[in-house]
Design a protein around this ligand. Structure first.
Ligand code: F6P
Length: 584
C-alpha cells in the first residue's frame, strides 16, 4: 500500500466492511458453541493466556484482519520502529522507548549514534544516587536521611510510574525493599493535590523529584515552585540542593530553575512522554522507593523485543523481561498477543462501531492500569497510552480520516466496577471489555468457615462476567423462571457483547512489565493499521494556549483591575463570577 493511501481504500478494508453483516446475524451464543473455534481463539505465551473467543468474530474474520494487517504493512512498520527510523514524522523523531530497556551491549542507533551507552550512563547514575539516598549516605540539609519521595509530574511523567508503583506496593518481594519509605505523586495543579501530598511529610526527610520532559509544563512547574517554597521556607534556600532533583530532556531549564545539574537525570526526545516509564521518569522514583535492583529487573523484564538478547538475562525478572517484547517482534500474527489485541480493537472500533473499551482488571493492584492506558489513547493504558496516541483526526500524511481512530478507554478493578457502570455494559451500550485476571493473588486471604477464599470470590466474578455479557438472558428463560410478565423486559439481557480475557499467572514485577508492554504494543499496532501517528499529541496544545490567555487575564484583572475582555459572552460571564467570588 502506498504511504498516502488510506487503509479504508484497500480491498482488505472493504472486504471486512462487507463481512460485518454476516457477523451481525450470528449471536455469540452460537459462536461459543463451536468448540473448535473457541480453541483456536486461545493463545498462550509465557504464562499468559489470552482468550478472545467472546469476540463477535469468526476464524474467517480473523483471516480477513490478518490480511488487513498485511495491507497496512504492519510488520514493516514494527521493524521501522525498532530500527530507529523517524516514524514520528510530525516531530521528526525516532520512537525508541525500546532502547531504554536494551542491555548494555545492544546497538540501537538514532542518527548514526548508538543510544544505549547514554541510556546506561543515566541508569548507572540512578543506581548510584538511589543507593546513596536509601542507605542514608545522601542526607537532607539537617543531616537526616531522606525516606519520603514526592514525584512532581503530569501525564506521561506521572501515570506510568504511578501505575507501576501501585501494582508493586502489594507485591511481597518489592514491598520488602520499600519498608519505612513512602512514594507520593503530585500531578494536579489543584492546591488540594498539593495539600494532600505534603500532609504528614517533613521537609527535612523528603526528597522531591521534578519530572518533566520539557520542563515547561505549566502544572508541573507551578507545583515545583510551590514545593521549592515549602522546602526553603522550612530549611532555607540552600536546602533545595539536597532536597530537589530533576528528570528532564531540558537540562538547561533544570539548571535555571535552581536544581544542580549534577542532580538531574536526562532522557531524550526519542522517548515519548507516555512511553517514558522505563526512562529516569519511572526508574528514578521507583528505584528510590524499591531499590534499583527491583526496578532494573522490572525495567528489563519490559524490554528485549527486537534484540533477541534473552541469553543476557540472568535473573527470573530478566527471563520474563524479554517475554512480550520478543514475542511481539517475532511471533506470527495469529499467535502474537499484542497484534491480536490490536486487530480486535480495530475490528470493534472501525467495523462493528463500538467506540469505547473497558479495561477491567480483577486485581486491586492494577487500579491505575486504566488511567495509564487512557493516556496512551486520550492522553489515557489507552491512555497514557491509548487515547493520547490514537485519538487522531488525520492520517500520518495529514489527510483527514474518513473513519474514527482511537477508543474511549475507561475502567475500574472488578468487582468494584460491577457495582457501578456494569449496568450500562450489560443492558445499555455495547462496550468491548478486557477482563484481566491473576491466578495467584499477591495477598491471598483465607477465612475459616468461608466456602471460598477472597481471591476465589474475586475470580468467580472474573469468570462469570464475560459469559453474562456474551450469552445474556432471554425472555423465554425468564418465563421458565416464572418472572412476572411486566418485569421480563427489565430482566432481559441481550447478550452478544464482546469481551476478551487475559489470565496472568501472578502479579510480580515480571508480570507487570509484561502487561505494560502488551498494552503499549497493542496501541502501536492500532495506530499502524489506522495509518496515524501514534507518537505525537498535537491535540493537547489548543487547550493549553487558551488557558495561558485566561491566566494572563485573571492576573491583569486581579492585580491591576483590568476588565475581562477578548472572550466570548459565556466565558466572560463565568470568569467575572469567579473573580468576584474569589476576591480577597
Ligand atoms: O499534555 C500532554 C503532555 O505533553 C504529555 O504528552 C506529557 O506526558 C505531559 O504533557 C507532561 O509533559 P512534560 O513531561 O513535558 O512535563
Amino acid at each position: 500500500m502506498a504511504s498516502s493511501t488510506l487503509i479504508c481504500d484497500t480491498e482488505q478494508w472493504k472486504d471486512l466492511k462487507a463481512h460485518v453483516d454476516d457477523i451481525k446475524k450470528t449471536h455469540l451464543r452460537e459462536l461459543m458453541s463451536d468448540t473448535q473455534r473457541c480453541n483456536s481463539m486461545m493463545v498462550e505465551f509465557d504464562g499468559i493466556l489470552l482468550d478472545y473467543s467472546r469476540q463477535c468474530a469468526t476464524l474467517e474474520t480473523m483471516d480477513k484482519l490478518f490480511k488487513l494487517a498485511e495491507a497496512a504493512g504492519l510488520k514493516g512498520k514494527i521493524n521501522r520502529m525498532f530500527n530507529g527510523e523517524r516514524i514520528n514524522s510530525t516531530e521528526n523523531r525516532c520512537v525508541l522507548h525500546v532502547a531504554l530497556r536494551a542491555p548494555r551491549d545492544a546497538v540501537i542507533n538514532c542518527d548514526g549514534k548508538n543510544t544505549v551507552p547514554d541510556v546506561w550512563q543515566v541508569l548507572d547514575k540512578i543506581r548510584e544516587f538511589s543507593e546513596r539516598v536509601r542507605s542514608g549516605s545522601w542526607v537532607g540539609a539537617t543531616g537526616k536521611p531522606l525516606k519520603d519521595v514526592v514525584a512532581i509530574g503530569i501525564g506521561g511523567s506521572f501515570l506510568g510510574p504511578l501505575f507501576v508503583h501501585t501494582a508493586l506496593q502489594t507485591d511481597p518481594e518489592a514491598s520488602e525493599f520499600a519498608r519505612g519509605r513512602q512514594l507520593r505523586f503530585l500531578a494536579n495543579v489543584d492546591p488540594i493535590d498539593v495539600a494532600r501530598n505534603i500532609t504528614g511529610l517533613n521537609p527535612e526527610t523528603t526528597l522531591v523529584v521534578v519530572v518533566s520532559k520539557t520542563f515547561t509544563t505549566a502544572e508541573t512547574m507551578l507545583n515545583a515552585r510551590t514545593i521549592r517554597e515549602w522546602i526553603s521556607s522550612a530549611l532555607g534556600p540552600e536546602a533545595v540542593a539536597k532536597h530537589m532533583v530533576a528528570v528532564s530532556t531540558n537540562l538547561t531549564l533544570v539548571e535555571q530553575f535552581g536544581i544542580d545539574p549534577n542532580n538531574a537525570f536526562a532522557f531524550w526526545d526519542w522517548v515519548g512522554g507516555r512511553y517514558s516509564v522505563c526512562s529516569a521518569v519511572g526508574v528514578l522514583p521507583l528505584s528510590l522507593q524499591y531499590g534499583f535492583s527491583v526496578v532494573e529487573k522490572y525495567r528489563l523484564s519490559y524490554f528485549l523485543v527486537s534484540f533477541g538478547k534473552t541469553d543476557a538475562v540472568d535473573t527470573r525478572f530478566l527471563q520474563g523481561a524479554s517475554s512480550i517484547d520478543k514475542h511481539f517482534y517475532s511471533a506470527p500474527f495469529d499467535k502474537n498477543i499484542p497484534v491480536l489485541l490490536g486487530l480486535l480493537s480495530i475490528w470493534n472500533v472501525s467495523f462493528l462501531g463500538h467506540p469505547a473499551r473497558a479495561i477491567l482488571p480483577y486485581s486491586q493492584a492494577l487500579e491505575k492500569l486504566a488511567p495509564h492506558i487512557q493516556q496512551a489513547c486520550y492522553h489515557l493504558f489507552a491512555s497514557f497510552v491509548s487515547m493520547e496516541s490514537n485519538g487522531k483526526g488525520v492520517s500520518i500524511d495529514g489527510v483527514p480520516l474518513p473513519y474514527e481512530s482511537g477508543e474511549i478507554d475507561f475502567g475500574e478493578p472488578g468487582t468494584n466496577g460491577q457495582h457501578s457502570f456494569y449496568q450500562l455494559i450489560h443492558q445499555g451500550r455495547v462496550v468491548p471489555c478486557d477482563f484481566i485476571g491473576v491466578v495467584k493473588s499477591q495477598q491471598p486471604v483465607y477465612l475459616k468457615g468461608e466456602v471460598v477464599s477472597n481471591h476465589d470470590e474475586l475470580m468467580s466474578n472474573f469468570f462469570a462476567q464475560p459469559d453474562a455479557l456474551a450469552y445474556g438472558k432471554t425472555p423465554q428463560q425468564l418465563q421458565h423462571e416464572n418472572v412476572p410478565h411486566h418485569l421480563i423486559p427489565h430482566k432481559t439481557f441481550p447478550g452478544n457483547r464482546p469481551s476478551l480475557s487475559l489470565l496472568l499467572p501472578s502479579l510480580s514485577a515480571y508480570n507487570i512489565g509484561q502487561l505494560l508492554a502488551m498494552y503499549e504494543h497493542r496501541i502501536a499496532v492500532e495506530g499502524f493499521i489506522w495509518g496515524i501517528n501514534s507518537f505525537d499529541q498535537w491535540g493537547v496544545e489548543l487547550g493549553k494556549s487558551l488557558a495561558s490567555q485566561v491566566r494572563k487575564q485573571l492576573h491583569a484583572s486581579r492585580k491591576k483591575g483590568e476588565p475581562v475582555e477578548g472572550f466570548n459572552f459565556s466565558t466572560t460571564t463565568m470568569m467575572k463570577r469567579y473573580l468576584e467570588g474569589s476576591a480577597d
